[in-house]
Design a protein. Structure first.
Lengths: 134, 134
DNA sequence: TTGACTAATGTAATAACATCACATATCGAG
DNA sequence: CTCGATATGTGATGTTATTACATTAGTCAA
C-alpha cells in the first residue's frame, strides 16, 4: 500500500508543476517554471524527480526525455502490471494504461530466458484521436 | 522484402562498428571508434545512423540512448510485429524479439482509442541469465 | 543544550547527447 | 558539361543529465 508520502518543499513544487501541466515536461522546462520559486539549477529538479519516481507519483517517458504526473496514483501499488504510455506527437497528450496480457507475455519471455527484469518501458508514439480527426 | 541497401562510406563504417560491437553503443562511442577513419563530428555518426534506422539495419534503444545492429535483418520486412528488447544492465547484451500477442494487444488499444501509432518502444531492462547466475 | 548524524538543499562546473547552419564534394540524368 | 539531388565536412549551438563540493535543516541521544 502506498502511504501518502510527505513531500519536501522542492518535491511539492515539482509535483505541482507536473500536475498542472497539460502534457509531459522536460526537466529544464520544469526548472524554468520554478525560477520564480527560487529554483536555479537542474539538480534541484532532478533530485525531486528521483524521489517522485520512487514514490510512483511521476513517470519518466524515455522516448522523449520528459516527465509526467501519474494518471492513476491509487492503482499502482495494487496491480503490479507494466504501464504503457501512448504519446501524441501533435498535442503532447499522454494516455497511461496497463494491460494484463502484455504484462503476462513479457513475464513469460523473461522467465523462459532467465532474464530478471527490473524496469520495463512501453511507449507508443503517434497521433491521438483528437489530433487525427482535426 | 528488404533489398540490400547500397551503403555509403560513412554508413558502412558506422554499421560495421555496430556489428562488431558486443552490445549497444552510443553515438559518441561510435564517433570515437571512427576517429581513425576520419570521423570528426557527431553529425557524421547521426546522419549515418538515421539512414541505417530507416533501412531497419539498426535499432535505437531509447532507454539508454544507444544503438545496436539488428539481430534479425531478414525478418523485419516480412513480419510487421513490434520489436521488444531485453537489455542487460550488467553486461550490456541485448536480446531482440517480437511477440505477436503483444503486438496485437497494442493494436487493440490503439484501435479502440483512435490512436494512430507510428512507432512503438518496448524495452525491458534487467539482468540476463548469464549475469544473474554469475 | 550540545554534539553528532542524516536528509535536504544550493551552486558551479562539467559531461553526455543531439541538432542547426552553412560550406563543399560527389554523382547520375539530361 | 550543367543541373539537381545526395552525401559529406565543420564549427557552433542547443538540450539533457551528472559530479563535486558547500551549506542548511531536522533528529535524537547523551
Ligand atoms: Zn501511473
Ligand atoms: Zn493529440
Ligand atoms: Zn531488428
Ligand atoms: Zn548480462
Amino acid at each position: 500500500m502506498t502511504t501518502a508520502h510527505e513531500l519536501t518543499k522542492n518535491q511539492t513544487l515539482v509535483f505541482n508543476t507536473l500536475s498542472r501541466a497539460e502534457g509531459p515536461l522536460s526537466a529544464y522546462t520544469i526548472l524554468d517554471q520554478l525560477r520564480g520559486d527560487g529554483f536555479r539549477a537542474p539538480l534541484q529538479v532532478y533530485r525531486a524527480l528521483e524521489k517522485l519516481l520512487d514514490y510512483g507519483m511521476v513517470h519518466r517517458l524515455e522516448s522523449i526525455n520528459a516527465f509526467v504526473a501519474c494518471a492513476h496514483p491509487h492503482n499502482h501499488s495494487h496491480n503490479h502490471g507494466m504501464i504503457a504510455f501512448a504519446i501524441c506527437e501533435k498535442c503532447g497528450q499522454v494516455s497511461e494504461f496497463s494491460d494484463d496480457i502484455i504484462t503476462q507475455r513479457v513475464r513469460e519471455w523473461t522467465t523462459q530466458n532467465g532474464f530478471k527484469q527490473t524496469k520495463t518501458t512501453i511507449e507508443i508514439r503517434g497521433v491521438c484521436a483528437a489530433c487525427g480527426t482535426a
